[in-house]
Write a protein that binds this ligand. Sequence first.
Ligand SMILES: Nc1nc2c(ncn2[C@@H]2O[C@H](COP(=O)(O)OP(=O)(O)OP(=O)(O)O)[C@@H](O)[C@H]2O)c(=O)[nH]1
Length: 301
Amino acid sequence: MVARSSNTTQRRSIRPPANRSTRAVSACVVVIHGEGLGQRLELGEQAIVIGRSPDAELQINHRSISRQHCRIWRDATGYRVRDLDSTNKTFLNEQLVDEAELRDGDHIGVGDSVLKFMEQGSIEARYHEELYQLATSDPLTGLYNRRQFQELMEKEILRATRHARALSLALVDIDHFKPINDRHGHPAGDGVIRGIAQLLRHNARADQLIARIGGEEFALVYAEQSLAEATAAAERLRKAIAASPFDLGGAPAAVTVSIGVAQWQRGMSSLADLMRVADEQLYRAKKEGRNRVCRVVDAVA
Ligand SMILES: Nc1nc2c(ncn2[C@@H]2O[C@H](COP(=O)(O)OP(=O)(O)OP(=O)(O)O)[C@@H](O)[C@H]2O)c(=O)[nH]1
């Protein structure tokens, strides 16, 4: 999972589907019916598994789908699908299949869900790409939106729990943002939000999940990182932001953030629990003077 720039939507000239005899350049699958509706996965060189398991590259959490339901991979001629001994079997265009070649527009049936296979560059693939971007990203910053953050974070929690791995979360809130809007106008405020989003990206790991979850509030996910590690990273981020002045009304002005950090702990039952702890720490950071990082003092690091 990665932070994305606002221009990740691929805009290519309209061209006919790739010649069937040549190897597909790349492709994607989109859930077009049932559980997971709208979920989309790009297919590249790596084989991917579709299933209920949190380890599946495309996880569809429904009882009709086996943990490891089917695999899609690419060989010399194009993409292929194979059933992985699933309970409810895999279907291609409503025909039971063990293994088959995939063609542009094919419907793959897994349990009660149907996925559509599309070669990139087709008009329909681009339509789904645009829809996906609209549904999952924040238009101002290009980061994930709150809804997508919740969906991806719930999967991270399942993974962390299953493999007993650390998982931490930082909530980042711009300090005294209202006066920026009041003094310099809403467009200048928007510019600051965009600038902070850029700083978050530049200071994050390439695969880090970053989202804008509120007006001037962001979430950063630290997968496989303890509370101490995430706090140290958040502290570096805070310093980097404080040291990057913004041009406001023609003069450089420091903009700072407050950050609350929390780690997924035994005893927490949902994302809401983790968010609540991080939010309490964010509130403490604000109360103690802003431009600081707070975490639960006596939490296990
Ligand atoms: N420009 C702009 N402003 C926004 C956007 N979303 C929310 N806001 C503004 O963000 C401001 C948030 O203000 P407050 O929640 O009072 O917080 P603050 O002034 O940053 O103060 P502290 O958080 O306590 O440091 C409000 O004035 C909102 O109108 C947006 O997308 N663009």
